[in-house]
Design a protein around this ligand. Structure first.
Ligand SMILES: NC(=O)c1ccc[n+]([C@@H]2O[C@H](COP(=O)([O-])OP(=O)(O)OC[C@H]3O[C@@H](n4cnc5c(N)ncnc54)[C@H](O)[C@@H]3O)[C@@H](O)[C@H]2O)c1
Length: 345
């Protein structure tokens, strides 16, 4: 995949679209980013076939079907996805069905643009899979487009990215190169997020660091197998319809604490990232507090009665994890996350 990175680089998006030989692209966004999508389409001139600004979180099947119909009607030969994971996810759904190439212009730190992972939600159930056809052909990272991302969403989105690095460090298919990317990506994000949270998000240098971190962490997600943390967040988000990045933010200190006793190399790396902290999970939990992020599932609307179902679903299919996952262990972990208590191994 081609990656272009730098402030103002989205102004040269037409070159990327032309380099792929695309003449009629459909520009995708969420309803909240419709204006930006229109500007992007205007900048593309004749190479833009239209705008579809209905992307939704977790890619509802009916949204994907509507976008595919518009793409076919307009004779689109590719898509430009401008936005976060929801918009890139919609581009992937179109690529999966019709094989149209995707150019991604990410405006959050979710990292979907770096992965061949697609998701589609039908009748309340989210299916995911891997297919090289959905991997964007070209990615344009322009930190200027992230200046308007509200600090609170920037923080949770950044910790979502950090979660990819954390699980990449103890993944069954981890490798030295991927671990280097995970460490540097995590370092960039942990440096940048406090500056974004404190300064209202207008610091372009901090935005560049955070987006660089998101790029690396997204690449880690695409290259490795995720474990307990991503599984639990998938179940919580899917079954209880919770905001994706906020769930990652609340859960990461707890899932990391659970795995720490069985992941000493990851602990050593994360300790370096977090200023020498002996207990990275605890340091991360404190960092989320400093950043003003949610720290309990209760704040996100989860109730004690939901825990049993989440545990059941999280245990339904086995998956790789450094520490054996048990119903008792998961229940205790989720109870602490529900109440916003400190993480415990
Ligand atoms: N397939 C993958 O590899 C992968 C990886 C990560 C996330 N995801 C998926 O992505 C989705 C979550 O993505 P997300 O967390 O980026 O959220 P999102 O794309 O839903 O964006 C969150 C909100 O922020 C707004 N927004 C985005 N960028 C903005 C900006 N720069 N300025 C102002 N507002 C902005 C959006 O309009 C939206 O309302 C979930 O469905 C998740 O499953 C997939």
């Amino acid at each position: 995949m081609r990656v272009v990175f730098g402030a103002g680089r989205s102004a040269r998006l037409t070159d990327e679209v032309a380099a792929l030989g695309l003449d009629r692209v459909l520009v995708l966004s969420t309803p909240g980013q419709r204006e930006l999508a229109r500007q992007v389409a205007d900048g593309l001139g004749d190479r833009a076939a239209g705008v579809f600004a209905e992307a939704r979180m977790h890619v509802p099947a009916e949204t994907a079907a509507a976008a595919c119909a518009v793409a076919a009607e307009l004779g689109a030969d590719g898509c430009v996805a401008v936005g976060g994971g929801s918009t890139v996810g919609l581009g992937k759904a179109i690529a999966l069905r019709h094989g149209l190439p995707v150019v991604a212009v990410p405006t959050t730190y979710a990292g979907s643009e770096m992965t061949p992972i697609w998701g589609l939600t039908e009748n309340g159930v989210k299916r995911t899979g891997r297919d090289p056809a959905v991997l964007p052909r070209s990615v344009v990272y322009d930190p200027e487009l992230t200046l308007g991302l509200p600090p609170a969403i920037s923080v949770t989105s950044g910790i979502n990215a950090l979660a990819h690095a954390v699980e990449g460090l103890y993944a069954p298919d981890a490798s030295p190169i991927v671990s280097l990317m995970a460490e540097d990506g995590a370092l960039a994000l942990t440096e940048a997020l406090p500056r974004i949270a404190a300064g209202g998000g207008a610091d372009l240098d901090a935005r560049s660091r955070a987006l660089y971190g998101a790029w690396l962490c997204g690449a880690v997600l695409g290259a490795t197998t995720m474990s307990l943390h991503h599984k639990l967040c998938h179940v919580l988000g899917g079954s209880l319809d919770l905001p994706h990045a906020a769930v990652h933010t609340v859960m990461l200190p707890h899932t990391l604490a659970y795995n720490q006793p069985c992941a000493p190399t990851a602990v050593a790396t994360l300790s370096r990232v977090l200023g020498g902290a002996p207990d990275p999970a605890r340091a991360l939990w404190e960092l989320t507090h400093e950043l003003g992020a949610p720290r309990s599932l209760h704040e996100l609307g989860v109730a004690e009665g939901d825990i049993g179902t989440v545990v059941e679903q999280a245990l339904a299919n086995p998956y790789a994890n450094p520490r054996r996952v048990t119903a008792d262990g998961l229940t205790a972990l989720l109870r602490r996350a529900l109440a916003g208590e400190p993480p415990v191994a």
